[in-house]
Design a protein around this ligand. Sequence first.
Ligand code: ADP
Ligand code: MG
Length: 691
Amino acid sequence: MDGQPAKSLTTPAQFLKGVGPDRAKSLERIGLATARDILFFFPRDYLDLSERQPLSELSEDHAVSVLVEVVELEQRRTRTGKSMLGVLMRQGPDFVRALWFNQSYMKDKLQPGQSVMLSGTPKRRGINWEFVHPRVTLLETDDCPRGEILPVYSLTEGIKQHEMRRIVSAVVEEYATEVPEVLPMAFLDEEDLWPIQQALTEVHSPSTQADLNKARERFVFQELLVMQLGLALRQQQLLATQNAPSLENSEKIDARIRRLFPFELTDAQNQAIKEIATDLQQSIPMNRLLQGDVGSGKTAVAAYAMLLTVAHGHQAVLMAPTEVLAKQHFNTLQSLIANSQVSMRLLTGSTPAAERRETLAKVQDGSLGILVGTQAIIHSDLDFQKLGLVIIDEQHKFGVLQRAMLRKDGIMPHYLVMTATPIPRTMAMTVFGDLEVSAIRDLPPGRQPVHTYLAQEDQRDKWWDFFSRKLREGRQGFVISPLVHDDAEEIASAEACLENLTNGPLADFRLDLLHGKMPSATKLHVMERFEQGETQVLVATSVVEVGIDVPNANVMTIEHGERFGLAQLHQLRGRVGRGSHPGFVCVFSSNNDEEENPRLQAFADSTDGFELSELDFALRGPGELFGTRQHGLPPLMVADLRRDAATLERARHSARKLLALDPGLRNPDFSRLRTMVLKRYGTVLELSDVS
Ligand code: ADP
Ligand code: MG
């Protein structure tokens, strides 16, 4: 073996059984250079042969898998000139036929005597069964040495599936025993996890589905444990080095704040306030997420927290994702604090230079209590005199790392993120660096329901009649369209939409346009006119999705609903559920088919934002919004936050327990694990290793 120690995990692929120089090159292309690489090259899928059915039990139009042997191939042309391949296959005394049209390459895959698994939906043809274009998996006679579950690997040119299986299986047999165990035996026992060697063997060739789950769990748990340890160690270090001001609540302060609100806070709001106030009292920086459906009254909770901060002579910041929203928050807060001593200012990208300089000075000398604004705030290099609390509204992109930008000389402000798009718990525990969650699940009293319709094209006239009637009754409405310009696509742009409506169904009403590409001053004007009722209908792109609060608006038309995500649709709908009039939303789309569009159907069926967001997550995965990469953490390799939520909880619990007993994870039994954590998360989480 060319001087390589016989069983080194770093043995180059070319010296492994069944590989050789050519295949080694192929393997190299997918990152498999050594025995270790191949050991940890997990199957991308599995084929469960135990789910196969006997031919005698087929039934029409039910998808199945069957294990058969190729008997005979026949290729010919159909009358219309297509090439057709018919393959007769058998299973004991029973036969089936598989058909492929214009796929002559299938001919080269299949030889008489070859065992295959066919998956598809059979049809009866006379006394025979027929599969048209079934999925085919070639099987080797020795493919299933241990169980009934076959691994399916990602491939690269030059290596076939069965060859890959053989290569991996040989490597597992020879090298799995060489992989060092990272977790101590007692720990494995306690967590009911398989040792690494057993897990490796079974993950590549599981005997049963249960074994596969168990093997996978070992790797998932370990990956999540490493992440949770990283986050927990970071938290520990923050605690040791970063202090937050302790802001005690008192009856007097509480009464003074409550007096300012024009309404009674709801139980749900009070509960959230209680959780937040408890955090603010600690010198440990709060890291909390406030989730509440659109219109649930998060702003009031935020206002309370800011006023509590200011009552202690500290400063509070509220950041919104857009200028329109920042301005709206500013106005809301202004009427709230009109009869108090609190000083407040607005800072956005379009704040005039002179005003901005003044604001910066007040921030610095501490005379400013509350600063409301956009992201411009973090980019302004502000020097707060006594920053106590930072609140971020509707901004998921604000992750683990950005937060560090606002700390100063070992003082970390408390931190609250508000969102109407509930973040699945698994996300809160991972990409957001382990946020605590407060939820407002009830809406303020007196809210009316919002009715949602999925409409067909031929119902347009009827809908616009209804829409007009509401406007005549004194209400206002929105028309939402996904894009500003046509962009050569055949979709109704907001501009075209405005024109059609002005010259058509809404000719009698005052309409206005709002979209993201307008200068902010124009946007603010448009909003003001709409808020004051001068405009009756706002034709807009999805810029209105977050936060706009015009209680008199209660009808909404959404064009091209299929272009919006579920969370986005729900946000949009939230614009019309805010006053004392029931809301009506009508969605038009090029595709209202329930099967093809479960999203729109779910949207029409449920008004529970929590339910919808979990569903969106299930349908689409973490996607753009919650993707780990954007938050700066390395991507997960084996764990899937949708599937492995329960394991994540366990790993988190376990990480906390380990560190509670052994704060720096110094126990030599865990030194390998510790090295792993530092290697993977040390840099991104700025973990200092003071050993
Ligand atoms: P969101 O959670 O969507 O940010 P807001 O804070 O904007 O919701 O509140 C939505 C509307 O409900 C606002 O008009 C606000 O004044 C009103 N509101 C909030 N809390 C209450 C309450 N406890 N009682 C009555 N109205 C409330
Ligand atoms: Mg809001």
